[in-house]
Design a protein around this ligand. Sequence first.
Ligand code: EPU
Length: 417
Amino acid sequence: MDKILVRGGARLTGEVEIGGAKNAALPIMAATLLAPGVFELTNVPSLVDVNTMGHVLRVLGAQVTHHDHSLTIDTTNCSYHEAPYELVKTMRASVCVLGPVLARHGKARVSLPGGCAWGPRPVDFHIRAMKALGADVEIEHGYIVASADRLTGSVIHFDTSSVGATENAMMAATLAEGTTTIENAAREPEITALADFLNAMGARVAGAGTATITIEGVDDLHAVEFRVVPDRIEAGTFMVASAITGGDVLLKGVVREHCSAVISKLQESGAEIVDEPGGLRVRGPVWGQSVNVTTAPYPGFATDMQAQMMALMAVADGTSVITETIYVDRFSHVPELRRLGADISVDHNVAVVTGVKKLSGAKVMATDLRASAALILAGLVAEGETEVSRVYHIDRGYEAIEEKLAGLGADVERVRE
Ligand code: EPU
């Protein structure tokens, strides 16, 4: 298994290109299953999760070819309707194929994803949404087994905001008979990107980006070309990389408004963020101030940036309170940050981080994608060498992070084993 070695101390400077969003690319790939034809997706990041979704689509009968940052997906002969456990267990976003396969074929058999590193992460909202659209849904042998002659438009009300369930409901409803209203819909930019993609395919989706989405069902959809939006979490991670090293980095290809919550917290902690014609410049302070952070659905502070922000707070001036409201157990990075000398205590879903003047490099282990990013960020300012093992987690969601950081002057390398 590969490792990433970081020798701390370098101040990051220069320019970095932000890639396409993993969490937009995955549901958009699933949505290609709604119509037969040849799709061209551009600005698709080269990531393990994208490859996994490619496998899921192949198992369902699609032909998928990845070249550079483009994906060609031919769904003409998609006649299978089962997403197997072996794939879904490795990436829970595979459950996104439930809505499209059910809507197009009238039946779907999708494995339940099972637990994840930081808690149960149920899919009950997805199942309830399919039932609301008139599907018969049973759980059989660990699989969601759904069927419907044709889905019927309906009102779907989510108890809490769910990105994946909103996506599944929206995709399924595009081919339903009649109108569907999704209430308390997630408002993440990835939802808006998916709605734009569906509308380009001929769907009638309105209100994406607000809490109420309306979908008028249509009889069929068609293949299109589409460009994936930039990754706001990769952008946020590089903003923190600049801030934590007191750096001066220009991020190219960022949508500023998608990053507002992170920008606001970074500014509060002393970073300077400037819009420039070529992108967004982030200048880090010499020693940042501690700030309190509470994760929340978009436009709140993303749970996917919580670990990275904690790395920044670990070396900030003062004490910061970080409250995780989306996944209450998402603190697997805490014991590893402590190995680097961070002063963090956790009580239930609240972490109290008292900034220290310096961290010291150590061997640490990545336990999930964003936790890995946090460890690399901490390694950038730790004295000596930090060795991050199990970096396959990071390859799920960051394309060539070590190359991009090295391009900004970081002393970081991947050791292949
Ligand atoms: N929830 C339920 N039942 C459901 C679905 C969700 O109770 O059926 C709960 C979850 O347990 C959680 C909350 O609702 O407490 C929100 O979960 P959500 O459904 O929004 O998460 P997701 O769609 O499974 C996506 C991202 C995650 C990101 C979350 C929250 C993708 C592929 N994944 O997951 O991204 O953390 O939204 O913003 O879009 C990552 O990229 O590192 C990552 C984990």
